[in-house]
Every structure is written in structure tokens, then in C-alpha cells.
Design a protein around this ligand. Sequence first.
Ligand code: NAD
Length: 344
Amino acid sequence: MADFIRSEVVYLTGLPSEQTFENPIVIFDRKLLKSERSKKWLESFKFCYAVEAGEKLKQIESLQFHVDKLLSVVEKMQTKKITLIAVGGGSVGDFVGFLASVFKRGVPLVHIPSTWLAAMDSAHGGKTALNAGAYKNQIGTFYPAQKVIISRALLYTQPPERVTEAIGEILKTALLAGGSLWKQIQAESQMDQKKLWTYLPQLIQYKYKIVDQDPFEKKGIRYFLNFGHTFGHAFELSEKIPHGVAVNWGLWMALKFSVAKKILSKNDFLAISESALLKNNLASSKIVIKGLKRAKSLSALLLQDKKMSEKGLVNFVFLKKPGQPQVLKVSVKELLEFSEWIQE
Ligand SMILES: NC(=O)c1ccc[n+]([C@@H]2O[C@H](COP(=O)([O-])OP(=O)(O)OC[C@H]3O[C@@H](n4cnc5c(N)ncnc54)[C@H](O)[C@@H]3O)[C@@H](O)[C@H]2O)c1
């Protein structure tokens, strides 16, 4: 397996010009055309095309269409030395990342994330992914972008309420990192675009701290990043709610489960659950109770996540203390018993 090359992370208040890249082909989320500024910027690239973001884009079936499309663009450019630029959220990044890793056996890749989730998480660490049928992220490569450009101008084109949806992922990282990042986040009573922009370098730094120790997901360390995601994914699918909100509930469940297993002390749990960001975000939705009442579908959803399950076992991320995650195998049966118990 090739060495893992760490991406260069560049922070920009504005947007990068075409001249920054060598023969760029920009594949971007069509929704970005709604903002006049990003529309003008995207249209300044000679070779670019729009895609519909979302899980359908990541379906294996859409690969053939995009390979053909790319071949026709490359033919017009009359060069083989292209750079693929993915501009969008995690779905566009996962898909274009995969495309870059296999097109002509690999072409240079740049990520320019347009969602908070992509900016703090999915654009970094080199995981690309396609979906196979109902199974998410079953096909993929490790292919880090040469560069990840974090553009404030692009991220600010999102509606401000998207920050609320990002809180789950912010809390996840802060709880995993512990130390001063957790202290700062714990003291926050609200989050807005400006604040989130200032936290981004620390959140991104933590992701690289984990990825650098376990780039190819062989040592179990990278697994920590799934904290809150076992139940979170199930809620996201069953309740059709934004990923970040589902993760928030997933974190709450993981913390409660950590207490039930005597891994996290009750006092530490109380201190964590006093975090205004966690409390406010949970108070704004009541999905968990609804979701848990559908225990049967929850079981199917937990088992469906093939990556996490082997013979009905799930690698569950618990928390001993902020900054001290711990992965243990638990059975889906135990997860379901816990979710029934928590309703009482
Ligand atoms: N590769 C990884 O390490 C990794 C990690 C976490 C998640 N993921 C993947 O990331 C995806 C979720 O990420 P996401 O939430 O960014 O998904 P997404 O790309 O589906 O974007 C979410 C929505 O935001 C819209 N959008 C994008 N930029 C916008 C902007 N600037 N303004 C307004 N709307 C905008 C999109 O059109 C879409 O409707 C999932 O497919 C998940 O599997 C990958």
C-alpha cells in the first residue's frame, strides 16, 4: 500500500483563483449556483460541471456516467495532467475523491468543502466512498487530497442555521479531544458562523492527530471518530433528520451507555450534560424517544451498518472522560436492551 500523504490545509477568507491549480476540472454541487458570489467564481473556471449532491451521487451506478463525462472534458483540454477539484459537501467530496483515485489510476485531487461537516471532517483523512444499494460507504479508497482549501467565503454561503446542524460533530470532536478544546466548547452557550470559523483549525487538527496515528484504519484508533455515530446513523436513517442533529442524539446515547457500563462516572456525565450546546440542541428535537420506540427498525438499522458489525457485534465507542475514548465490542442485542431500558 502506498504511503499516506498528509493533505496541505490552506485557510482562505476569499476564494482561490483558477491560476492556483494545474489544469483544473471543477466538479461542484449545483446548489452552490444559488449564491451569486460562488456562481461567479465557479463560472470563472474554464472546465467545470455541476452535480446533484447527496447519497444518490455516491451510488456505484453513477460512476460510469462521470467517467465518460470526465473523458470528454479531458479530450477537450488536450492534456493528461489534470487536477480534479471537488467543491461541495461530504457527498461530493466522497464521490469526486473516489473518481480521482481511480481515473487514469489516480489524478491529483483538491477538496474545497462547502459544508461545515466537510470542512471539519470529511475533506480530511483521505477516505473516499461509494454506496452499494442500501449499504452506505461500502466501496472506497484511501486517497488524500493534495490540498484542502477551507474558504470562509464559500462556507458562509450556507444558511446560518446550518451551524446548529454542525453542533453534534463539534461536540463529538471536543469530547474526544478533551483538554482545552473541550473546556472552550463546554463554556459556549451558543455557536454561530463566526465562532465556528475560529474553532475550525482546532477541530481539523484533532482529525489529523487521529488520522496520522492510524491512516489506513488498521489500528482501531481511527475508529474513535465514530463516537456517537452508531445510534446517530440509525436515527439519521429512521427519522430522516440532518446528520449533525442525529449525531447529537447519538452522543447522548453513547454517554448514557458509558454510564450504564460504569465506564463514565455519573459526575462526569452530569458535567458533560450541563454543556449548553448539548442541552440546547437536544431540547430542540424530541426524536430520540420516537426513534427508540421503533426498536425493531432500530435493530435492522444497527445491523445494516455492515462496517460496524461482525456476527451481530458492533464496535461501540464509549467515553471514560473527555479526551479518553474507549472502543468495546457489544452485541446488537445489548444495544437494543439498553435502548429499551433508557425509555423507562
Ligand atoms: N470521507 C469521510 O471521512 C466522511 C466523514 C463523514 C461523512 N462523510 C460523508 O459526508 C456526507 C455528508 O456530508 P454533508 O452533510 O456535507 O453532505 P452533502 O454533500 O449531502 O451536503 C448536504 C446538503 O447541503 C447542501 N450544500 C452543500 N454546500 C452548501 C452551501 N454552501 N450552501 C447551502 N447548501 C449547501 C447540499 O446540496 C446538500 O443538500 C455523507 O455522504 C457521509 O457519508 C464522509
